[in-house]
Design a protein around this ligand. Structure first.
Ligand code: ZN
Length: 198
């Protein structure tokens, strides 16, 4: 049983991290935890980087009777300014935030806020993404969740990029990325290297 799911005193801050590849259900898990807090009468808010406009979190949650307000922010410092009078803060797509996010979430937790962060742990080249590695270290609780490999059905850890491009940030969905397990990721990498060298 997860310590942080058993009950949480308002005045006791904490940092929870939900990490994993694309299509692993990180946002769903974040929303599940936030909805439960909302039902308990806690004041809840979601922050996401304004870089990510693919979908509107507010719209996603507004189908629910317990809609959770969400605010796009341009940088981590805005979260501190906007997070007054909130008991539980959700931060989605944390990999796109600046390094300042680490001290922001630490300050919030020290002030008694329960902070729940969701983000991609690795980029398409399996490198730690943005502030995620350090967030992993400072979090009280870390959950690494998995997608399913589209090739073989095993657990997938990696977000394989299907289109060309070396830049770390390329927003995309199913057309641009596939969740793959280690074996299938390496197979694909090998094949794409071979085709480049032809
Ligand atoms: Zn596989």
């Amino acid at each position: 049983m997860n310590l942080f799911e058993t009950g949480h005193a308002r005045e006791r801050g904490s940092i929870e991290l939900i990490c994993g590849s694309m299509f692993s259900g990180k946002t769903e898990e974040l929303l599940r935890r936030l909805r439960r807090a909302k039902i308990a009468g806690l004041r809840v808010e979601i922050f996401k980087p304004s870089i990510d406009t693919r979908y509107d979190v507010e719209q996603v949650v507004s189908h629910d009777q317990n809609a959770i307000p969400s605010s796009p922010v341009s940088g981590s410092s805005s979260i501190l300014l906007m997070a007054s009078d909130v008991d539980v803060i959700g931060i989605d797509e944390a990999q796109f935030f600046d390094e300042g996010l680490i001290s922001v979430v630490e300050q919030l937790a020290d002030q008694g806020v329960r902070v729940i962060i969701a983000g991609l742990d690795m980029d398409f080249q399996r490198r730690p993404f943005g502030p995620m590695a350090e967030l992993c270290c400072i979090a009280d609780n870390v959950d690494k969740i998995h997608a399913i490999c589209v090739e073989c059905g095993s657990w997938a850890n990696y977000s394989y990029r299907l289109v060309a491009g070396d830049q770390q940030v390329m927003l995309g969905e199913a057309q641009e990325y596939s969740p793959l397990c280690r074996k299938c990721y390496l197979n694909h990498q090998h094949t794409s290297h071979e085709s480049k060298n032809l």
